[in-house]
Design a protein around this ligand. Structure first.
Ligand SMILES: CC(C)=CCC/C(C)=C/COP(=O)(O)O
Length: 288
């Protein structure tokens, strides 16, 4: 993830390319030539840098092998061979770096409601309303209340499983956020209510996972008229979009979040607690 710190050289010019240092992605200049005395993590960055690769190609092992014969240095040849390996940056790494660069650029362009004086700052209250509609607290409270109020076994079963799904979502998102540790976009104003400490991180968007999982859940278990089904889908899409417009997330955080939430629903189905399972569990608890 791009370091939001002003130290970042690419903020003041140069093309954004990513490298990972301490699990963080930073900008680096494409225009700087390869520095042989670079620390190892920078050398690693330069390996994924196509321009740097071109620069290195101009001193490729074949060329240097010729020049090394003039110097006759065995160690020089060793370095050339070593560099020969670095000259083949993996296509996946380059593609990933480019994707991340596009992601950062797009997310910055789309963060038009990040603060009141942003270009679409007047839409911020509406975006924050969408944020609240996808927040964990109203969903947990609403589901727990419906479970409590439900007087049919079928209704209780559905609400219990939705509650379980919501809790599972919180745990899984917290694990991924803690592992990936991608910082929120620099233009985000951290004024969200009721967050966990892992919510300082942005990958994946918890709102997007919850929205995707809940939408699948509701469409599968509630009998809704077609216009309502469309509305539910639209709501999820808008929650995802609002995350980027508010500057809370990069586009990939939300896209991955939607995918993760979609998959989480499969997990909820696999772990489905039926009245029989519940009775069995209760029986086991009572006998222990
Ligand atoms: C306090 C509870 C129950 C949930 C926290 C919900 C929350 C604030 C998630 C962060 O969402 P994003 O990752 O989309 O910003």
């Amino acid at each position: 993830m791009p370091s939001p710190k002003a130290k970042n050289p690419a903020r003041s010019g140069g093309s954004p390319v990513f490298g990972s240092s301490n699990s963080r992605y930073d900008f680096m200049s494409l225009t700087k030539p390869l520095n042989r005395s670079s620390p190892p993590h920078l050398v690693q960055r330069q390996a994924s840098d196509p321009t740097a690769a071109r620069l290195r190609a101009s001193e490729s092992p074949t060329r240097r092998r010729g020049s090394s014969s003039s110097t006759g240095s065995a160690s020089g040849q060793g370095i050339a061979e070593e560099d020969g390996i670095r000259l083949n940056p993996s296509f996946v790494r380059v593609a990933l770096s480019s994707l991340l660069a596009i992601d950062l650029w797009m997310s910055k362009q789309l963060g038009v409601c990040a603060c009141e004086d942003s270009s679409w700052g007047s839409m911020r209250p509406l975006m924050k309303l969408l944020e609240i509609s996808g927040h964990g607290i109203p969903w947990l409270a609403g589901t727990a209340y419906s479970l409590y109020k439900s007087d049919s076994a079928a209704g209780q079963e559905i609400m219990l499983n939705l509650l379980m799904g919501l809790l599972l979502d919180l745990v899984l998102v917290a694990i991924v956020k803690a592992v990936v540790r991608r910082r929120r976009p620099a233009h985000n104003r951290m004024d969200m209510f009721a967050t966990f400490s892992v919510d300082t991180y942005s990958f994946p968007s918890g709102h997007a996972t919850r929205a995707a999982m809940c939408v699948r859940f509701l469409l599968a278990h509630l009998v809704l008229a077609a216009p309502l089904r469309v509305l539910v889908l639209l709501w999820a899409g808008l929650v995802g979009l609002s995350r980027v417009l508010l500057g809370r997330h990069n586009v990939t955080d939300v896209m991955f979040g939607f995918w993760m939430g979609y998959c989480q629903y499969n997990l909820v189905e696999m772990l489905w607690i039926s009245p029989q399972t519940l009775q069995g569990l209760m029986g086991q608890l009572a006998s222990n």
